[in-house]
Design a binder for this molecule. Structure first.
Ligand code: SF4
Ligand code: SF4
Length: 328
Protein backbone atom coordinates (compact mmCIF):
# COMPACT_ATOMS: atom_id res chain seq x y z
CA UNK A 1 0.00 0.00 0.00
CA UNK A 2 1.44 3.40 -1.00
CA UNK A 3 1.45 6.49 1.18
CA UNK A 4 -0.29 9.53 -0.32
CA UNK A 5 0.23 12.71 1.67
CA UNK A 6 -2.59 15.25 1.82
CA UNK A 7 -1.89 18.96 2.38
CA UNK A 8 -4.66 21.55 2.67
CA UNK A 9 -2.18 24.30 1.75
CA UNK A 10 1.51 24.67 0.92
CA UNK A 11 2.60 25.19 4.54
CA UNK A 12 3.68 21.55 4.85
CA UNK A 13 5.20 21.15 1.38
CA UNK A 14 8.72 20.91 2.86
CA UNK A 15 7.68 18.13 5.28
CA UNK A 16 5.77 16.30 2.54
CA UNK A 17 8.76 16.27 0.18
CA UNK A 18 11.07 15.11 2.96
CA UNK A 19 8.60 12.33 3.84
CA UNK A 20 9.06 11.20 0.24
CA UNK A 21 12.82 11.07 0.85
CA UNK A 22 13.58 14.04 -1.39
CA UNK A 23 17.16 14.01 0.00
CA UNK A 24 17.92 11.32 -2.62
CA UNK A 25 17.72 14.21 -5.16
CA UNK A 26 20.74 15.98 -3.60
CA UNK A 27 23.38 16.77 -6.23
CA UNK A 28 21.11 15.47 -9.00
CA UNK A 29 19.90 17.21 -12.12
CA UNK A 30 16.15 17.22 -11.49
CA UNK A 31 13.47 17.60 -14.16
CA UNK A 32 10.29 19.28 -12.93
CA UNK A 33 7.49 18.29 -15.35
CA UNK A 34 4.72 20.85 -15.70
CA UNK A 35 2.01 21.81 -18.19
CA UNK A 36 2.51 25.58 -18.36
CA UNK A 37 -0.97 26.31 -19.73
CA UNK A 38 -2.49 27.23 -23.06
CA UNK A 39 -3.13 30.82 -24.13
CA UNK A 40 -6.50 31.84 -22.69
CA UNK A 41 -6.55 29.06 -20.06
CA UNK A 42 -6.86 30.46 -16.52
CA UNK A 43 -6.57 27.31 -14.45
CA UNK A 44 -3.02 25.98 -15.00
CA UNK A 45 -0.71 25.71 -11.96
CA UNK A 46 0.72 29.14 -11.26
CA UNK A 47 4.43 30.14 -11.11
CA UNK A 48 4.31 30.95 -7.37
CA UNK A 49 3.66 27.32 -6.47
CA UNK A 50 6.34 26.03 -8.86
CA UNK A 51 8.85 28.50 -7.38
CA UNK A 52 8.11 26.95 -3.95
CA UNK A 53 8.83 23.46 -5.31
CA UNK A 54 12.03 24.68 -6.99
CA UNK A 55 13.14 26.39 -3.75
CA UNK A 56 12.69 23.13 -1.83
CA UNK A 57 14.81 21.31 -4.42
CA UNK A 58 17.54 23.95 -4.27
CA UNK A 59 17.60 23.78 -0.44
CA UNK A 60 18.79 20.17 -0.71
CA UNK A 61 21.29 21.10 -3.48
CA UNK A 62 19.37 19.43 -6.29
CA UNK A 63 19.72 21.10 -9.72
CA UNK A 64 16.16 21.61 -10.99
CA UNK A 65 14.92 22.71 -14.40
CA UNK A 66 11.31 23.27 -15.38
CA UNK A 67 10.27 21.16 -18.33
CA UNK A 68 7.55 20.48 -20.89
CA UNK A 69 7.19 19.28 -24.49
CA UNK A 70 5.71 20.79 -27.66
CA UNK A 71 2.14 19.79 -28.56
CA UNK A 72 0.49 18.20 -31.60
CA UNK A 73 -2.31 20.71 -32.18
CA UNK A 74 -2.15 24.24 -33.63
CA UNK A 75 -1.07 26.64 -30.90
CA UNK A 76 1.93 28.64 -29.75
CA UNK A 77 2.98 25.48 -27.89
CA UNK A 78 3.44 23.61 -31.18
CA UNK A 79 7.03 24.84 -31.50
CA UNK A 80 9.86 25.21 -28.98
CA UNK A 81 10.13 28.92 -29.67
CA UNK A 82 6.38 29.46 -29.37
CA UNK A 83 6.12 27.48 -26.12
CA UNK A 84 9.09 29.37 -24.64
CA UNK A 85 7.28 32.61 -25.47
CA UNK A 86 4.04 31.39 -23.89
CA UNK A 87 5.90 30.15 -20.78
CA UNK A 88 7.21 33.70 -20.36
CA UNK A 89 3.74 35.20 -20.84
CA UNK A 90 2.43 32.90 -18.07
CA UNK A 91 5.26 33.88 -15.71
CA UNK A 92 7.47 30.82 -16.10
CA UNK A 93 10.81 32.57 -16.52
CA UNK A 94 14.17 31.65 -15.03
CA UNK A 95 14.11 34.90 -13.06
CA UNK A 96 10.70 34.23 -11.51
CA UNK A 97 10.98 30.45 -11.00
CA UNK A 98 14.68 30.31 -10.06
CA UNK A 99 15.74 27.63 -12.54
CA UNK A 100 16.07 27.17 -16.33
CA UNK A 101 12.93 26.56 -18.41
CA UNK A 102 13.42 23.81 -21.00
CA UNK A 103 10.98 22.94 -23.80
CA UNK A 104 11.68 19.80 -25.79
CA UNK A 105 10.70 18.70 -29.28
CA UNK A 106 12.97 15.69 -29.76
CA UNK A 107 12.79 12.20 -28.30
CA UNK A 108 14.28 8.76 -27.97
CA UNK A 109 12.40 5.50 -28.62
CA UNK A 110 11.37 3.32 -25.66
CA UNK A 111 9.46 0.09 -26.09
CA UNK A 112 6.77 -0.92 -23.60
CA UNK A 113 4.62 -4.00 -24.24
CA UNK A 114 5.65 -4.08 -27.92
CA UNK A 115 4.69 -0.46 -28.57
CA UNK A 116 7.25 2.25 -29.22
CA UNK A 117 6.96 5.63 -27.47
CA UNK A 118 9.32 8.55 -28.12
CA UNK A 119 10.19 9.91 -24.69
CA UNK A 120 11.50 13.50 -24.71
CA UNK A 121 15.31 13.52 -24.72
CA UNK A 122 15.70 15.52 -21.51
CA UNK A 123 13.27 13.25 -19.63
CA UNK A 124 14.97 10.12 -20.94
CA UNK A 125 18.35 11.53 -19.84
CA UNK A 126 17.30 12.54 -16.30
CA UNK A 127 17.22 10.05 -13.44
CA UNK A 128 15.45 12.33 -10.91
CA UNK A 129 12.03 13.79 -11.69
CA UNK A 130 9.31 15.77 -9.92
CA UNK A 131 5.96 15.54 -11.74
CA UNK A 132 3.63 18.42 -10.85
CA UNK A 133 0.12 17.81 -12.21
CA UNK A 134 -3.03 19.89 -12.21
CA UNK A 135 -6.01 17.59 -11.56
CA UNK A 136 -8.98 18.59 -13.72
CA UNK A 137 -11.50 17.15 -16.15
CA UNK A 138 -10.53 15.95 -19.60
CA UNK A 139 -12.76 15.43 -22.61
CA UNK A 140 -11.01 12.24 -23.75
CA UNK A 141 -9.90 10.65 -20.50
CA UNK A 142 -12.46 11.95 -18.00
CA UNK A 143 -9.70 13.30 -15.76
CA UNK A 144 -6.15 14.50 -16.27
CA UNK A 145 -3.64 13.96 -13.44
CA UNK A 146 -0.15 12.49 -13.14
CA UNK A 147 -0.67 9.65 -15.66
CA UNK A 148 -1.98 12.06 -18.30
CA UNK A 149 0.71 14.69 -17.53
CA UNK A 150 3.41 12.08 -18.22
CA UNK A 151 1.76 9.87 -20.84
CA UNK A 152 0.88 12.75 -23.13
CA UNK A 153 3.18 15.48 -21.80
CA UNK A 154 6.43 13.52 -21.55
CA UNK A 155 6.60 12.41 -25.18
CA UNK A 156 7.22 13.95 -28.61
CA UNK A 157 4.54 15.42 -30.89
CA UNK A 158 4.80 12.30 -33.07
CA UNK A 159 3.97 10.02 -30.13
CA UNK A 160 1.15 12.34 -29.04
CA UNK A 161 -0.33 11.97 -32.55
CA UNK A 162 0.20 8.19 -32.43
CA UNK A 163 -1.71 7.98 -29.11
CA UNK A 164 -4.60 10.09 -30.43
CA UNK A 165 -4.78 8.18 -33.74
CA UNK A 166 -4.54 4.81 -31.98
CA UNK A 167 -7.84 5.42 -30.22
CA UNK A 168 -9.75 6.40 -33.37
CA UNK A 169 -12.43 4.01 -34.64
CA UNK A 170 -12.21 1.50 -37.47
CA UNK A 171 -15.69 0.86 -38.90
CA UNK A 172 -17.12 -2.59 -39.82
CA UNK A 173 -20.20 -1.97 -41.95
CA UNK A 174 -21.42 -5.58 -41.84
CA UNK A 175 -21.92 -5.31 -38.07
CA UNK A 176 -23.52 -1.85 -38.01
CA UNK A 177 -27.27 -1.57 -37.33
CA UNK A 178 -27.25 2.23 -37.86
CA UNK A 179 -28.59 2.91 -34.36
CA UNK A 180 -26.80 6.27 -34.24
CA UNK A 181 -25.49 5.89 -30.66
CA UNK A 182 -21.91 6.60 -31.75
CA UNK A 183 -22.99 9.85 -33.44
CA UNK A 184 -24.91 10.90 -30.33
CA UNK A 185 -21.98 10.39 -27.97
CA UNK A 186 -19.25 11.91 -30.16
CA UNK A 187 -18.22 15.16 -28.40
CA UNK A 188 -16.81 16.56 -31.63
CA UNK A 189 -19.80 15.78 -33.90
CA UNK A 190 -17.44 13.79 -36.12
CA UNK A 191 -19.89 10.98 -36.92
CA UNK A 192 -23.07 11.18 -39.02
CA UNK A 193 -25.50 8.25 -39.21
CA UNK A 194 -28.36 8.48 -41.66
CA UNK A 195 -30.50 5.39 -42.44
CA UNK A 196 -27.93 3.07 -44.08
CA UNK A 197 -25.05 5.52 -44.13
CA UNK A 198 -22.27 5.92 -41.55
CA UNK A 199 -19.66 8.64 -41.98
CA UNK A 200 -16.82 9.94 -39.83
CA UNK A 201 -14.96 13.17 -40.43
CA UNK A 202 -11.22 12.54 -40.05
CA UNK A 203 -10.76 16.27 -39.61
CA UNK A 204 -13.18 16.53 -36.67
CA UNK A 205 -12.27 13.23 -34.96
CA UNK A 206 -9.96 13.80 -31.98
CA UNK A 207 -9.48 10.13 -31.11
CA UNK A 208 -11.28 9.97 -27.78
CA UNK A 209 -12.58 6.46 -28.57
CA UNK A 210 -15.98 7.08 -26.93
CA UNK A 211 -17.78 5.84 -30.05
CA UNK A 212 -15.97 2.48 -29.80
CA UNK A 213 -17.05 2.09 -26.18
CA UNK A 214 -20.69 2.87 -26.91
CA UNK A 215 -21.15 0.53 -29.90
CA UNK A 216 -22.61 -2.73 -28.64
CA UNK A 217 -22.45 -4.42 -32.03
CA UNK A 218 -18.67 -4.54 -32.45
CA UNK A 219 -19.06 -2.37 -35.53
CA UNK A 220 -16.29 -0.08 -34.21
CA UNK A 221 -12.84 -1.03 -33.00
CA UNK A 222 -9.86 1.10 -32.02
CA UNK A 223 -7.12 1.51 -34.62
CA UNK A 224 -4.83 0.36 -31.80
CA UNK A 225 -6.24 0.60 -28.24
CA UNK A 226 -8.12 2.74 -25.72
CA UNK A 227 -6.45 6.11 -25.12
CA UNK A 228 -6.27 5.60 -21.36
CA UNK A 229 -4.40 2.33 -21.91
CA UNK A 230 -1.96 3.97 -24.33
CA UNK A 231 -1.39 6.81 -21.85
CA UNK A 232 -0.61 4.36 -19.04
CA UNK A 233 1.95 2.61 -21.27
CA UNK A 234 3.42 5.92 -22.39
CA UNK A 235 3.70 7.13 -18.77
CA UNK A 236 5.54 3.92 -17.93
CA UNK A 237 7.95 4.53 -20.82
CA UNK A 238 8.64 8.00 -19.37
CA UNK A 239 9.44 7.08 -15.76
CA UNK A 240 10.45 3.42 -15.61
CA UNK A 241 13.55 3.03 -13.42
CA UNK A 242 13.64 6.67 -12.29
CA UNK A 243 13.43 8.37 -8.91
CA UNK A 244 10.15 10.25 -9.08
CA UNK A 245 8.07 12.34 -6.68
CA UNK A 246 4.54 13.27 -7.75
CA UNK A 247 2.62 16.38 -6.66
CA UNK A 248 -1.05 16.59 -7.67
CA UNK A 249 -2.72 19.99 -7.29
CA UNK A 250 -6.46 19.70 -6.61
CA UNK A 251 -7.30 23.34 -7.13
CA UNK A 252 -9.14 25.15 -9.93
CA UNK A 253 -10.74 21.81 -10.79
CA UNK A 254 -12.17 22.78 -14.16
CA UNK A 255 -14.32 20.86 -16.65
CA UNK A 256 -11.52 20.59 -19.19
CA UNK A 257 -7.74 20.48 -19.43
CA UNK A 258 -5.03 23.15 -19.38
CA UNK A 259 -4.75 22.84 -23.21
CA UNK A 260 -8.27 24.25 -23.50
CA UNK A 261 -8.61 28.06 -23.64
CA UNK A 262 -12.24 27.67 -22.48
CA UNK A 263 -11.69 25.00 -19.84
CA UNK A 264 -14.29 26.27 -17.36
CA UNK A 265 -16.46 26.16 -15.45
CA UNK A 266 -15.00 24.99 -12.16
CA UNK A 267 -16.83 21.72 -11.38
CA UNK A 268 -15.49 20.96 -7.88
CA UNK A 269 -14.30 23.25 -5.04
CA UNK A 270 -10.59 23.40 -4.18
CA UNK A 271 -9.37 20.46 -2.09
CA UNK A 272 -5.59 20.83 -1.63
CA UNK A 273 -2.40 19.05 -2.64
CA UNK A 274 -1.31 15.41 -2.74
CA UNK A 275 2.28 14.14 -2.69
CA UNK A 276 3.36 10.54 -3.38
CA UNK A 277 5.98 8.44 -5.14
CA UNK A 278 3.39 6.48 -7.10
CA UNK A 279 1.50 7.95 -10.10
CA UNK A 280 -1.36 5.45 -9.94
CA UNK A 281 -1.89 5.81 -6.19
CA UNK A 282 -1.84 9.63 -6.37
CA UNK A 283 -4.31 9.75 -9.29
CA UNK A 284 -6.61 7.23 -7.58
CA UNK A 285 -6.49 9.26 -4.35
CA UNK A 286 -7.20 12.46 -6.34
CA UNK A 287 -10.25 10.89 -8.00
CA UNK A 288 -11.56 9.44 -4.73
CA UNK A 289 -11.20 12.79 -2.92
CA UNK A 290 -12.97 14.66 -5.73
CA UNK A 291 -15.74 12.05 -5.85
CA UNK A 292 -16.18 12.46 -2.13
CA UNK A 293 -16.88 16.16 -2.65
CA UNK A 294 -18.73 15.91 -6.01
CA UNK A 295 -19.81 12.36 -6.75
CA UNK A 296 -18.77 11.13 -10.23
CA UNK A 297 -18.32 14.72 -11.38
CA UNK A 298 -15.79 13.90 -14.12
CA UNK A 299 -17.84 11.04 -15.56
CA UNK A 300 -21.01 13.13 -15.49
CA UNK A 301 -19.24 16.07 -17.13
CA UNK A 302 -17.14 14.32 -19.77
CA UNK A 303 -19.04 11.00 -20.21
CA UNK A 304 -15.80 9.05 -19.78
CA UNK A 305 -14.90 6.79 -16.85
CA UNK A 306 -11.63 8.30 -15.50
CA UNK A 307 -10.92 5.22 -13.36
CA UNK A 308 -9.92 3.33 -16.50
CA UNK A 309 -6.50 5.03 -16.45
CA UNK A 310 -6.04 3.79 -12.87
CA UNK A 311 -6.92 0.23 -13.84
CA UNK A 312 -4.68 0.30 -16.92
CA UNK A 313 -1.88 1.95 -14.91
CA UNK A 314 -2.02 -0.90 -12.44
CA UNK A 315 -2.33 -3.56 -15.18
CA UNK A 316 0.81 -2.36 -16.99
CA UNK A 317 2.85 -2.10 -13.77
CA UNK A 318 3.06 1.70 -13.62
CA UNK A 319 1.99 1.69 -9.96
CA UNK A 320 -0.63 0.56 -7.49
CA UNK A 321 -4.17 1.77 -6.79
CA UNK A 322 -3.84 0.67 -3.16
CA UNK A 323 -3.03 3.71 -1.02
CA UNK A 324 -3.31 5.22 2.42
CA UNK A 325 -3.95 8.95 2.85
CA UNK A 326 -1.86 10.66 5.52
CA UNK A 327 -2.81 14.26 6.32
CA UNK A 328 0.02 16.65 7.23
S1 SF4 B 1 -23.11 2.59 -32.48
FE1 SF4 B 1 -22.28 0.93 -33.71
S2 SF4 B 1 -24.05 -0.03 -34.61
FE2 SF4 B 1 -24.73 1.97 -33.90
S3 SF4 B 1 -24.46 3.31 -35.71
FE3 SF4 B 1 -22.61 3.46 -34.50
S4 SF4 B 1 -21.25 1.92 -35.44
FE4 SF4 B 1 -23.32 1.45 -36.11
S1 SF4 C 1 -13.02 8.77 -31.53
FE1 SF4 C 1 -14.14 10.34 -30.37
S2 SF4 C 1 -14.01 12.14 -31.69
FE2 SF4 C 1 -13.53 10.39 -32.99
S3 SF4 C 1 -15.46 9.80 -33.89
FE3 SF4 C 1 -15.20 8.56 -32.04
S4 SF4 C 1 -16.29 9.70 -30.45
FE4 SF4 C 1 -15.96 11.11 -32.17
Amino acid sequence: MKKVLFLKNTEHLHDALHSMNIQRFTGKKTLVKLHMGEIGNKYFIKPDFIRRVVEELKKIDAHPFLFDTTVAYNSLRKTKKGYEKLAGIHGFTEKKIGCPIVISDRGVSKTVENRVFEVANELADTTHVVVVSHVKGHIQTGMGGAIKNLGMGGVTRETKIMIHNGSKPVYYKDKCIFCGLCAEICPFKAIKVDKKNWKRSEKKCFGCGLCVDVCENNALKHVDANIQYLLALSAKACVEGKNVVYINVLKNIARSCDCDPSAGPIICPDIGYLVSDDPVAIDKASLDLINHVRKNVFEKTNKVDPYRQIKYGEDVGLGTSSYQIVEL
